[in-house]
Every structure is written in C-alpha cells, then in structure tokens.
Design a binder for this molecule. Structure first.
Ligand code: HEM
Length: 182
C-alpha cells in the first residue's frame, strides 16, 4: 500500500470491536462501538461518529543501534494470532513542543527509557505510530498495538511503566481504546 495516510473511523461498523474505552487524561472522545482503519487522504472524512487521521512518518529520535535492535525483533501488524488491539491517541503539551530536539530525546530515552522498555515487549506486541500534529489534528499521535490475548497482561505492564515516566508528564490528552478483531 503506497498511501501513508490513515483514517481511524470510530462509529458503529468496522473491523475492530471496542471492548473498553478509557480516558486517561484530558477530554474524552465520544463513545463508539467499532473502529475501522482505512487508507485515506487529507480530505475530510464524514463517516462514523469521529475520524482521526494520522500519517506514517520518519523516525525522529531513534538512534542507529536502537533501530537495528527494533528491526531485528519487531513483528508486523496483521498477525492472525493478534486478535486484540489497542488504539491510543495522545497529545503532548506546548511545553514539550517548545523543547529542542535533543532535550526531547533526552527525556524520552535517557530519562524515560521508552525504547529500552518497549523492546522487552517485542515481538509479542506489534506496533505502529502515526503522526497527526502536523496535519492540524486534535491529537499529536495515534498509536496502534496488536497482540495475542495471552499477552494482554504484558501490555498492561508496559503501559503502567511508560505512564510513570518523565516523558508522560508532557502527555496532556490520552484516550485508551481496547479492541478485538471482528
Ligand atoms: C515513539 C518504541 C510502546 C507511544 C517511539 C519511538 C520508539 C518507540 C523507538 C521513537 C520513534 C522516533 O524515533 O520518532 C516503542 C516500543 C514499544 C512502544 C518498542 C513496545 C511495544 C509504546 C506504547 C505507547 C507508545 C505502549 C503508548 C501508548 C509512543 C509515542 C511516540 C513513540 C506517542 C512518539 C513520541 C514523540 O515523538 O514525542 N516508540 N514504543 N509507545 N511511542 Fe513508543
């Protein structure tokens, strides 16, 4: 698929059924019962109850050695065993965006160990990051994770660890939506 823009359409139909929706921080999102993830364009999408757009982009902070570690073990989305998913849109504060690139990298990795912590959960958790800030969306990032039911507890443990970090002090909106494949 060439298209790098995706619409996450929340509504009453879709390939992923919502089993739980929790507002972690900031404003909630209207309740929905299904999410459809579709390849899209920047054109407004009126389907569903809400649509969040994100773009697959380049890496910002990952260093060469980390990238090699990730590539060596990470799995793609769409594995038949990965019937559970989490869709977690997040926004970071103006304070975060006012930091310089090297300051943000320091917080993410030297202090918060985002990648090093995340790596422990690979390949069980497959993930994809979509950027939304540069296209004027309500969230800065849309994150998508897929895993087998047996790895759900590990995923909770990962979230618990990340949400305690310095990086997460800069998250000012986060909605956690759990799904199962229809
Ligand atoms: C960014 C790895 C889990 C949210 C990143 C980056 C890496 C990474 C390497 C940096 C990308 C870049 O260079 O631009 C991982 C691994 C995970 C994991 C291996 C294990 C499953 C999570 C979880 C969340 C999350 C559970 C929370 C919902 C984010 C966000 C960013 C990010 C929002 C973008 C941060 C920014 O650019 O300010 N992740 N991650 N990640 N990750 Fe994770």
């Amino acid at each position: 698929m060439n298209n790098t823009i995706f619409d996450f359409v929340g509504g009453t139909i879709g390939e992923w059924k919502v089993i739980k929706m929790t507002t972690i921080k900031g404003d909630n999102l209207p309740d929905i019962s299904y999410i459809n993830k579709i390849s899209s364009s920047l054109i407004k999408n009126d389907e569903g109850i809400w649509t969040l757009k994100g773009i697959v982009s380049n890496l910002r902070y990952t260093e060469k050695a980390e990238k090699e570690q990730l590539v060596a073990i990470q799995e793609d989305l769409g594995r038949p065993l990965a019937t559970h998913a989490a869709f977690i849109p997040l926004r970071k504060s103006a304070e975060w965006w006012n930091l310089a690139q090297d300051e943000r990298r320091k917080i993410m990795e030297e202090s918060s160990k985002h990648t090093q912590t995340g790596l422990k959960y690979l390949p069980a958790i497959a993930r994809k990051l979509f950027h939304s800030r540069d296209i004027g969306e309500a969230f800065d990032f849309l994150t998508w994770f897929e895993y087998a039911p047996a790895d759900e507890e590990a995923f909770e443990e990962l979230l618990y660890a990340l949400r305690k970090t310095e990086e997460w002090n800069y998250v000012d909106r986060e909605v956690d939506i759990r799904l199962i494949k229809v």
